[in-house]
Design a protein around this ligand. Structure first.
Ligand SMILES: [Zn+2]
Length: 307
């Protein structure tokens, strides 16, 4: 799990606990307007006074001690009843601690997933999940192979990170279904609380340029997210302009830093075009025989077909 996000969630839960404390305090103050409660509080105060005097005078205190116990009990009963009615906790299961029996509570995981979702870049993709896959119903020549591919990628997500694949290169022309597949992968990974991030090669290139031109202190923040995501999905590799000393150089740095992490790249380019455009150093890092899988999607344009 992403430690930075865990800290953010802890911060939210801490704020919730402070709100609960404030609400409890206010409720106790409101309780003083309850006649029975106010009467008991007054009676206990008087009894405490009598009790301490009797004690100092060495008089038998038993009677007052019994009364003190009873008053405490009656006061607690009213407090419990009243405060329970108000039930201030955001999460009744873990009482906003975020943990239950040493494991993260569902409230914690729900905030965590929302944060993964927010930073994932998923809003730049079409809304599509594996369950939305109706490719077998579409009349196109790549339907069967796409269906096999969807099933295989669904398995990849299901067993993540327990597979040897580190790089997946998804090659295919515009409109063959790459973006929907990437969206389904990203949705599934986030649903499984995996830190996955999507961005286009164009956006990545802009970040590289920002990294190249920015102040030293801010550099780390720009690269940190890209390097640390469990899965980085780069779409449309090849559509971005090649900036001298930037695009290829930082792509190599990024791929080197992510050597033990998962990176999925979608491109309209063929392998030879990738090699020609990015050179051998990028190419060899993408096409590592032991850890990479290259998938070709060819056939008709699904977007034209579904019209
Ligand atoms: Zn909870």
């Amino acid at each position: 799990m992403n430690n930075k996000i865990i800290k953010e969630v802890d911060k939210i839960l801490k704020e919730r606990r402070l709100i609960v404390l404030e609400r409890t305090k206010n409720a106790k103050e409101e309780l003083l307007f309850n006649e029975e409660y106010a009467h008991l509080i007054k009676k206990r105060r008087l009894n405490t006074l009598v009790l301490s005097r009797a004690f100092s005078a060495n008089i038998d205190c038993t009677e007052y001690e019994i009364l003190d116990k009873k008053l405490n009990n009656d006061i607690k009963n009213i407090e419990d009843k009243y405060l329970k009615c108000n039930d201030f906790y955001f999460c009744k299961i873990c009482r906003d601690t975020g943990k239950i029996n040493g494991k993260y509570c569902q409230c914690f995981m729900s905030i965590y997933k929302q944060m993964l979702h927010n930073k994932s870049g998923i809003n730049d993709l079409p809304i599509f999940k594996f369950k939305d896959n109706t490719i077998q119903e579409i009349n196109c020549k790549q339907a069967n192979s796409l269906n096999v591919l969807y099933n295989s990628m669904q398995k990849y997500c299901k067993f993540f990170p327990n597979n040897d694949l580190k790089n997946i290169l998804l090659c295919g022309k515009v409109g063959v279904g790459k973006s929907c597949l990437l969206s389904a992968i990203l949705n599934e990974l986030i649903e499984r609380s995996i830190d996955a991030q999507y961005l286009t090669a164009y956006k990545l290139n802009s970040l590289f340029f920002k990294y190249h031109t920015t102040d030293f202190r801010e550099k780390e923040v720009i690269m940190e997210n890209l390097i640390e995501s469990d899965v980085l999905i780069i779409d449309d590799l090849g559509t971005e302009p090649i900036l001298k000393n930037v695009t290829i150089e930082y792509l190599i740095v990024l791929l080197n830093e992510r050597i033990n992490k998962h990176t999925i790249i979608a491109t309209n380019l063929s392998l030879s075009e990738i090699q020609a455009k990015y050179g051998d150093r990028v190419f060899s890092r993408l096409i590592n025989k032991q850890k990479a899988r290259i998938i070709y999607i060819d056939g008709n344009d699904l977007r034209l077909n579904s019209k």
